[in-house]
Design a protein around this ligand. Structure first.
Ligand code: TXE
Length: 492
């Protein structure tokens, strides 16, 4: 059922081409670890070819009438919607996302992102600062040229749109490296872009390993900007690699999101929202609400009901519409997440539920982890490190000061949330929490119009909203001495 076209090929200069080394990477289905297909492995020389193609296309795309650029991106959004069924299945098989999530979230959000930025293409306005008499100064935002993008495996389809849509709207040409684990939806999107008429070379997709293809993209002297989503450790490597030509860097890294439930919370809402916060996508989300902080007055009630909710989540084949939680995306990652349950217990933590792979025979070949809830202390590793799985670390507090101190006791600062009916308290926490995003009586809500990104070791720069258009453009200040007289500072 997988499309032949993108098996064993790279997408460079508007064509499917062979990788220079002729090497391949197997793509596995995490539901049973069977091989879905092989893809070509892009190496450093392939990245160089892709950058060349992007360099040739960038001036044409960047100088195109912005409304025409926008129209092509809008056409792509429509085309993605037409391909909904195919993309749902592709994403489910490649990543393990349950089809019910891919239908509700991944595919519509991908189309919505392209649509939003298609509309943005002709609205990137400059401005005129008032300067000296007789002089005009105008500031326009120009595309950067060639941008490199590195996406991870947790939301490959959606993150492809978050990266590509604003970069294209701003007039840049792209070389994108999807994760070696989940390249298929990015390759398919490139094909759809070609179909709707986005010119050859504007988008180039080179799947490959991070330390080879990713590294070359991050260090390439002709790439003006690199946008990276992944781990904080790899983010640091990308920054180092970028130093050669001082390219712009945008980083969306890890998180350890505090999710605070106060004593006056609407408990059923807090339970549903917290479950979405940590269990959706098997917890493989940088914005996951992975530290649940409970007021001691409601901690027992919340935990009992939350554990009941966790146990009731239906694990199964991602292609089954009844499945609520699929496998993690790789065997290696499953083992890593399971290890954290042992680490928690070794440090005196208590596993309330989960902490292991499910026993059902039908799931035994897949990368599954049961929804896990662990009670821990603030200094424990599971309270500090990103687990990136269906793994909630729970701690309690007795007053607002303690809740805030716990919430901010992290080097990260990406997502955060709180559940309360006390309006002044909600706003005070929104002000004081050290995080790029705060959700009040909700969790993990995103929209292409609202900036997404973090503080501290969660990275810098923003995706989405108008903020991201600043990331993909550079301001140019133009001075005009419009009456052609000698400017004042040359007068003698
Ligand atoms: O990430 P990597 P990994 C976190 C999460 C997870 C951990 C490890 O905690 O458990 O990271 O996952 C490419 N130069 N997140 O090892 O290595 C790589 O090919 C350039 C959070 O998979 O960061 C892939 O495309 N690129 C997260 C991408 O980086 C390199 C999403 C992510 O891989 C590279 C994923 C290099 N030297 C993991 N090395 C989030 N923020 O959502 C690797 N890559």
């Amino acid at each position: 059922m997988l499309k032949k076209a993108f098996q064993n090929k790279l997408f460079i200069g508007g064509e499917w081409v062979d990788g220079i080394a002729g090497a391949t990477i197997p793509v596995l289905n995490p539901y049973d670890n069977s091989e879905l297909c092989e893809i070509a492995e892009g190496r450093a020389e392939d990245i160089d070819r892709a950058v060349e193609a992007a360099k040739a296309a960038a001036p044409v795309w960047g100088r195109m009438n912005a409304s025409d650029r926008g129209r092509l991106i809008l056409k792509l959004a429509d085309r993605i919607e037409e391909c909904t069924e195919e993309l749902i299945e592709l994403e489910a098989r490649d990543t393990g996302h349950p089809v019910r999530d891919a239908r509700k979230l991944d595919v519509p959000r991908t189309a919505a992102c392209f649509r939003y930025f298609g509309g943005m293409a002709d609205k990137v306005e400059g401005f005129l600062p008032p300067v000296y008499p007789g002089m005009l100064n105008y500031v326009q935002r120009e595309p950067i040229g060639v941008v490199g993008q590195i996406v991870p495996w947790n939301f490959p389809l959606m993150f492809t749109s978050w990266k590509m849509a604003p970069a294209l709207a701003a007039g840049n040409a792209i070389v994108i490296k999807p994760s070696e684990l989940t390249p298929l939806s990015t390759l398919r999107i490139a094909e759809l872009m070609h179909e709707v008429g986005i010119p050859a070379g504007v988008v180039n997709v080179v799947p490959g390993y991070g330390h080879i293809a990713g590294q070359r993209l991050a260090e390439h002297p002709d790439v003006g900007k690199i946008a990276f989503t992944g781990s904080t450790a790899t983010g640091r490597r990308v920054v180092e690699a970028s130093a050669g030509n001082l390219k712009k860097v945008q980083l969306e890294l890890g998180g350890k999101g505090p999710n605070i439930v106060f004593e006056d919370a609407v408990i059923p809402a807090a339970i549903g929202g917290s479950a979405f916060g940590i269990f959706h996508n098997q917890g493989q989300a940088c914005i996951a609400g992975s530290r649940i902080l409970l007021h001691e007055k409601i901690a027992d009630e919340f935990l009992e009901k939350f554990a009941g909710f966790a146990k009731s989540i239906r694990l199964g084949d991602p292609l089954d519409p009844a499945t609520e939680m699929g496998p993690l995306t790789s065997k290696m990652h499953q083992e890593r997440v399971l290890e954290f349950s042992k680490i928690a217990v070794d440090q005196g933590g208590e596993v309330i539920t989960g902490g292991k792979a499910p026993e059902a025979e039908a799931l035994s070949k897949g990368c599954f982890v049961e929804p896990t809830i662990v009670k821990a202390k603030p200094g424990d590793r599971v309270a500090r490190e990103e687990v990136f799985g269906p793994f909630a670390t729970v701690m309690t507090f007795s007053d607002d000061d303690e809740a805030l101190a716990l919430a901010n006791d992290t080097a990260y600062g990406l997502g955060s949330g709180l559940w309360t009916r006390n309006l002044p308290r909600a706003h005070k926490f929104a002000r004081d929490i050290h995080a790029g995003m705060v959700w009040i009586n909700c969790y993990k809500v995103v929209h292409p119009g609202s900036p997404f990104g973090g503080f501290g070791e969660s990275g810098y720069g923003r995706e989405m909203g108008f903020e991201v258009m600043r990331e993909y453009t550079q301001p140019k200040s133009v001075w005009v001495n419009y009456d052609a007289q000698i400017p004042p500072h040359y007068e003698r």
